[in-house]
Write a protein that binds this ligand. Sequence first.
Ligand SMILES: C[S@@+](CC[C@H](N)C(=O)[O-])C[C@H]1O[C@@H](n2cnc3c(N)ncnc32)[C@H](O)[C@@H]1O
Length: 273
Amino acid sequence: MEAPAHPPVTAERRPADEDESRRANRRDWDRYADEYQATHGAFLGDIGFVWGPEGTSEKEVGALGDVHSLDVLELGSGAGQCSRWVCSNGGRAVGLDLSHRQLQHSLRIDDATGVKVPSVQATATALPFAAESFDIVFSSFGALQFVADGERLLEEISRVLRAEGRFAFSVTHPTRWMFPDDPGPEGLVASQSYWDRTPYVEVDDVTGDVAYVEHHRTIGDWIDLLTGAGLALTRFIEPQWPEDHERVWGGWSRTRGLLTPGTAIFVADRLRH
Ligand SMILES: C[S@@+](CC[C@H](N)C(=O)[O-])C[C@H]1O[C@@H](n2cnc3c(N)ncnc32)[C@H](O)[C@@H]1O
């Protein structure tokens, strides 16, 4: 399949609801999947689990704990690299992603490695699983920051988790929303309010359609969402940029990474009902 070209877009901050966000992001990730995998696939590793552009691995931080013999769901699983790592460590992982093209890449890597991740195309705000199906739900820069309806998302995650199950996820560090998304020195000058929750939206210059959406939540917002869904925060990990790490990924770079955190990893455990 030939990937359709990216349309010219204009970035702005404006409201975007759940339907608009889902429609735009599904199209965008279908369009972008080939380039994403070609650019970042080697860094991610076919059977690799990194939490973000710093290259911090699950092996280093142990956010999920021992996955052996556990049922594990990955949200926004993309090509399933993290889930494949879970499988290779004895867990039973299932992937879920909004983008069909990302899941085609997942199948391609399943075949190439022989480590197969059963995956489903769905949105993280309507999980096609029975209650209490999983011991762990996780997401590495997956669905979380693409979703408008945070309450619904967390409700769903809590519903499919077993009592005392774990939820761990990484997102762009909320403080990054104060800065322009620029990997150079300009990305170090705060110019936007940390408390402005207006979504980041890219609008197609030709059609005027919303082409891509990301939603900002402060650290306090995330903690409130977790708590509201019966999940108790147990760790908040802010991976440090390795001194010798030169790789640029979008707005993430050594220039910024040595001074400000780029990724936040939240770990929370579901309380008993
Ligand atoms: C930055 S990629 C990360 C993919 C993968 N976790 C990785 O580390 O490569 C974000 C992924 O989230 C998916 N996504 C976006 N919105 C979603 C939603 N509402 N539900 C499920 N997946 C979603 C996208 O299709 C995309 O594959």
